[in-house]
Ligand binder design. Structure first.
Ligand code: SF4
Ligand code: SF4
Length: 75
């Protein structure tokens, strides 16, 4: 199993938050708030630049990131 990203649900698009309100990083243009998935990953498998990416070769399928995402974008 590997973690899947639903880019329709993930707020981070093209390097900034696409949410207009109600999001922890709404309006931010730097990776500051809604990076729970990035910071909780114990293996450094998740990166966030223009969009969120997961390096499957580093992922150990622990599932921690899935619980951390406030938008339910990870499964
Ligand atoms: S399942 Fe675990 S190792 Fe894999 S990307 Fe998520 S937090 Fe990282
Ligand atoms: S925590 Fe969820 S919504 Fe936030 S950047 Fe990660 S995948 Fe996207």
């Amino acid at each position: 199993m590997s973690v899947a990203i639903d880019y329709e649900l993930c707020c981070w698009v093209d390097g900034k938050c696409k949410s207009v309100s109600g999001c922890c990083c709404s309006g931010q243009e730097s990776a500051v708030e809604c990076e729970g998935c990035v910071t909780v990953c114990p293996t450094g498998a998740i990166s966030r630049d223009k969009c969120v990416g997961i390096d499957d070769s580093l992922c150990d399928d622990c599932g921690i990131c899935i619980e951390s995402c406030p938008h339910g974008a990870l499964s």
